[in-house]
Design a protein around this ligand. Structure first.
Ligand SMILES: [Zn+2]
Length: 349
């Protein structure tokens, strides 16, 4: 049977998706996104003859900035109660002390908060593992620690659907656990994966995905479980269901095509800027001030480079894919410098 559940609406933002759950004249919001979701939410509510006042509850999977970016504003607009695990309050407050690899996440959030003029909010209702929230026909709290200590999923028994938060991300070119620098308690991830495997929901919706299709992400979750049981990979208990046969060459081809398409688009967008600023630099080589736009363009370019390299580092699947992504990321990082060198030689002659 196909994926067809009424009353659930994804709100796609720049960092991922949050979900509006509508049940009659009441609405529940699962996570609040980062930038831009408020206007989409306003439109979506309006389409259902609802308003912010119809928002009964905001339920958080965890307190990372890309899930709480609009929280305070939405509480002010709606007066909704805020449901989250008590251990997430320090994340919401921005006072959580990141350690080890996850300090990277702390740095990103510390940069993001002032840019977004982020303001914290108090959790009004603390979540407990196993309790059922009275929203959308019942949402059972499934504590899934690892990504953060208080990270929770929500299971709708009515629809046999699990909202899995950031337990894994699901994109056609990359199905992966959150990268190490985003996990506060990585040692607890295996128990959470095992918990979802045991729950065995028919549909799964994470927060970071490409297509709005619970069946697709359920299948990908199975694939991830199989990937992650390979030699030298993280020790996640093998689930009971049989492994899905994988066509390796097809997977690899898809990955390469996906990466090429992505970078063709980014290159088309970035190249004029790099070229323009480079030429400005060489027109006035003695002027220091002309170097700044060049650096700006370079830093812009390093975003996709870092993204691809980062995907390679995060990749838990086939070894070759990791190497390809990391090498590609490194090449892209130096591509603007090579370009400038070429220009300099050209102009110099
Ligand atoms: Zn997160």
């Amino acid at each position: 049977m196909g994926w067809d559940i009424s009353g659930i609406y994804p709100l796609r933002g720049i960092a991922g998706c949050c979900h509006l759950l509508v049940d009659g004249g009441e609405a529940t919001l699962l996570d609040t996104g980062l930038i831009g979701e408020i206007d989409s939410l306003r439109r979506l509510l309006h389409d259902h003859s609802l308003g912010f006042h119809s928002l009964r509850a905001i339920v958080l999977t965890h307190g990372h900035l890309d899930h709480t970016g609009n929280l305070t504003r939405l509480v002010e607009l709606s007066g909704a109660r805020v449901y989250a695990h008590p251990l997430e309050q320090t994340h919401i407050d921005g006072t959580y002390l990141y350690a080890g690899w996850s300090r990277g996440c702390g740095i990103l959030e510390a940069i993001g908060r002032p840019l977004l003029r982020y303001r914290p909010t108090q959790i009004t209702d603390f979540l407990q593992d196993g309790e059922t929230l009275p929203f959308w026909g019942g949402l059972r709290v499934v504590h899934l620690p690892g990504h953060t200590a208080g990270h929770c999923g929500f299971y709708s028994a009515r629809h046999d659907l699990l909202f899995s938060g950031d337990l894994f991300a699901s994109y056609w070119f990359n199905i992966h656990q959150p990268p190490p620098f985003l996990n506060s308690e990585p040692d607890r991830l295996p128990e959470s994966f095992a918990k979802v495997t045991a729950l065995n929901p028919k549909w799964i919706l994470p927060n970071h995905y490409d297509r709005f299709d619970g069946g697709l992400h359920r299948e990908r979750f199975k694939m991830l479980m199989n990937y992650d049981n390979g030699p030298g990979r993280s020790k996640i208990k093998r689930p009971d269901f049989p492994p899905i046969p994988m066509d390796n060459s097809k997977e690899l081809r898809q990955l390469l095509i996906g990466t090429s398409v992505l970078f063709s688009i980014l290159a088309v967008l970035s190249l004029p800027l790099v070229l323009f600023t480079s030429l400005m630099c060489f027109d006035a080589p003695n002027s220091v001030q002309h170097i700044s736009p060049y650096l700006g363009a370079l830093s812009l370019w390093t975003i996709p480079a870092a993204f691809v390299g980062g995907q390679g580092i995060a990749w838990k699947g086939y070894y070759q894919k990791r190497v390809i992504l990391i090498v590609l990321g490194m090449f892209l990082s130096i591509a603007p410098l090579l370009l400038l060198l070429g220009l300099k030689l050209h102009i110099g002659n």
